[in-house]
Design a protein around this ligand. Structure first.
Ligand code: NOJ
Ligand code: NOJ
Length: 644
């Protein structure tokens, strides 16, 4: 790799920040730091993958990407679908860029192991549900690192996971085709069934709310929805390439319409991270849209593409508003003003570990600008409009509205210098051994939270590749399919129920396709902090028990819990027509004690071929605890077709 010469401006930016004992020595140039940290990061990501040579996660199953080797404070020894897909996407792009192996690990073998691991995970029944018949299990955000389900309470489902994973599989398919142009049969047989399960899920559920990438907000996230749009567009393109059809992919123009019409905050000049959300007190100024545009980045796309690109004015404005929200907020930033870069976090109201800058987000601030700069250079012009003018004036005081073709190079240089400023800050707060945690203490600059975070390493690698001018293959952001935006937005969805099936050729387990029927269990009762509600019953998804604490597995959800209506619920697919005996269980997480109800309840799932979803509405019967509020009227049945 050839690195650009260090820019004098950087020294000025860097000296505005307090000096730390453990940080990278100032004498090391940015280029030297990058060259060394690139290898540390690439290797660091791989060392967190089960089965990789020289890994530091021995307990993890082969091909499972562990979020961090940290087992406590916080325990990140799990595999998240999102982190894994983004990491494998980075690794497969490395292979496409010509890196064959890292250490003793062949990137091709790692991709194969990821594939098998994900094929298995798709079939693991979990608290979000099962693969069969309605695909709900695909929305589960994380699993133990050996691939078994995690039964604890969590923000679920998270619908970015299947979309990101589908795109990663299609990138693997791309890499296979580049090596072997005759690979259509193998890609069709091994990869398409895997990809198609995830595309079915996206087509079926894009229009429902789920938890965002930060696992906190239940709503419609811009990042999640953008990832869903990209997945379905790519899905149509690949279906054609593989001579298949993709009916769920026909939802793409509706998703584009939803994205175009609901997220832009004109007065604030930024894209909202979430809409229809349960977190109404937040500004919704967030890294979410920045990460979305990075994921949608396609070097061949124009700045007005429907899948908002890094060079889009709304994205540049969102970048400014988001970065500015941290200038004054983190003491370490010392209120540095533009064009100085600052350390940035997820969003200003963040309280996780007291709310700090993150490596991922500070690197994203840089990567987005490298992407945008590359697009402007390629297009040979920059159009500055009312929306993007404040962003440009920060880094190029002479900027004016209009289309620039003469001084494109100066604008691009200003943008790249600004981007380098963010990387310089990461350099400044990288400990000497190169380990990248999740966060950087906002006051002291010490590394905080999960150690050696896989995603931090992946974020470093992708940012540097963009800086060096290495771009992933075009995914189709400029295709007519991607730019087909429905004229009228409708809350459509594709009913994929019964079309999901285990991707056997890729190594999935053969889960039986039985006739199942959905029951939505609902319980009204007031809980305190640290209290969770579980459901047990005499069928496998409910743990096959009415008394055994070891089999309390079905955690109920609080998405609909409000003060006036304290409702816990969980949907479950159970064998059709077979009465269910069930009980609610209270878990007190302070002393880890379980209280089982002393009554057994009954539900009557619809019979095979009947289209009704049975709902229960119960009030808790826990000793000494009751809900005295009104019983909200119970809808009889939801009439949706859920059967083959
Ligand atoms: C863990 C999640 O991973 C993190 O994103 C979140 O901020 C905290 N839980 C608090 O909800
Ligand atoms: C917390 C982050 O908010 C979430 O996005 C991530 O998936 C997990 N940590 C694991 O890294």
């Amino acid at each position: 790799m050839v690195f650009k010469a260090i820019l004098a401006a950087l020294a000025v930016v860097a000296s505005a920040h307090p000096v730390l004992e453990n940080r990278q020595s100032q004498s090391q140039s940015l280029e030297e730091y990058i060259a060394r940290q690139f290898n540390i990061s690439l290797e660091g990501a791989i060392r967190n993958i089960g089965g990789a040579n020289n890994n530091i996660v021995e307990a993890a199953g082969e091909g499972f990407v562990v979020a961090s080797p940290s087992t406590e404070a916080p325990n990140y020894f799990f595999t998240w679908t999102r982190d894994s897909a983004l990491t494998e996407l980075m690794l497969i792009d490395e292979l496409i860029f010509g890196t064959e192996s890292v250490g003793n690990n062949s990137l091709q073998v790692l991709a194969e192991q990821y594939t098998t691991a994900q094929a298995q995970l798709q079939t693991v029944t979990n608290p979000s549900g099962a693969l069969w018949p309605a695909g709900q299990g695909l929305g589960e955000p994380k699993f133990y690192s050996n691939g078994t389900r995690f039964n604890g309470a969590w923000g679920r489902p998270q619908n970015d996971g299947p979309a990101l994973r589908a795109s990663t599989f299609m990138e693997i398919a791309e890499a296979i085709f580049q090596r072997n142009p005759n690979a259509a049969t193998i890609v069709g047989n091994v990869y398409w069934p895997l990809i198609y399960n995830d595309l079915l899920y996206v087509g079926q559920y894009w229009n429902t709310t789920s938890y965002d990438l930060w696992e906190e907000v239940n709503g419609n996230s811009f990042f999640t929805t953008t990832a869903q749009h990209r997945a379905l567009v790519q899905g149509s393109i690949w279906a054609e390439r593989l001579n298949r059809t993709c009916e769920p992919c026909q939802q793409a123009p509706q998703i584009a319409c939803f994205l175009a019409n609901n997220f832009w905050n004109e007065t604030g000049g930024y894209i909202l991270a979430n809409i229809n959300a349960n977190q109404v007190t937040r500004s919704q100024i967030n890294a979410d849209p920045i990460l979305a545009a990075m994921h949608a980045f396609d070097i061949n796309a124009t700045c007005d593409a429907a899948a908002l690109q890094p060079c889009n004015s709304r994205i540049l404005s969102s970048h400014k508003i988001w970065v500015d929200s941290f200038r004054d907020l983190y003491p370490i930033n010392d209120n540095a003003t533009a064009p100085a870069a600052v350390l940035v976090g997820r969003y200003s109201e963040d309280v996780y570990y007291n709310g700090n800058p993150w490596y991922i987000t500070t690197l994203a601030a840089a990567e987005l600008l490298y992407d945008a700069a590359a697009q402007f250079s390629k297009q040979g012009s920059v159009t500055i409009d009312e929306t993007s003018l404040p962003f440009w004036q920060d880094i190029y005081p002479d900027a004016q509205e209009g289309t620039v073709t003469e001084s494109v190079d100066s604008l691009v240089t200003a943008m790249t210098d600004y981007a380098d400023g963010f990387v310089s800050l990461v350099q400044q707060y990288t400990p000497p051994n190169g380990t990248l945690n999740e966060q950087i203490n906002k006051t002291t600059g010490e590394p905080v939270s999960a150690i050696a975070l896989t995603w931090s390493y992946a974020a470093f690698v992708t940012a540097i590749e963009r800086r060096e001018g290495n771009f992933p293959p075009s995914w189709g952001a400029n295709s007519p399919t991607a730019n087909n935006v429905a004229n009228m937005c409708m809350s459509s969805s594709y009913n994929a129920t019964t079309q999901y099936s285990p991707a056997l050729a890729a190594g999935a387990m053969n889960v039986t396709e039985e006739c199942e029927s959905e029951v939505i269990f609902q319980l009204l009762w007031v809980t305190g902090s640290g209290e969770n509600t579980y459901l047990v019953g005499n069928t496998s998804i409910l743990g096959n028990t009415l008394e055994d604490t070891d089999n309390v597995i079905q955690v109920m959800r609080t998405n609909n819990y409000t003060d006036p209506e304290p409702k816990w619920f969980v949907p479950a697919w159970v064998p059709a027509g077979v009465p269910i005996e069930y009980k609610y269980v209270l878990l007190n997480s302070t002393d880890n004690s379980y209280t089982f109800e002393n009554v057994t309840r009954y539900a009557y799932p619809a019979s095979c071929g009947n289209n009704t979803v049975v709902t229960t509405l119960d009030t808790g019967s826990f000793p000494g605890r009751s809900y005295d509020g009104p019983l909200v009227e119970q809808p009889d049945v939801r009439s949706e077709v859920h059967f083959r």
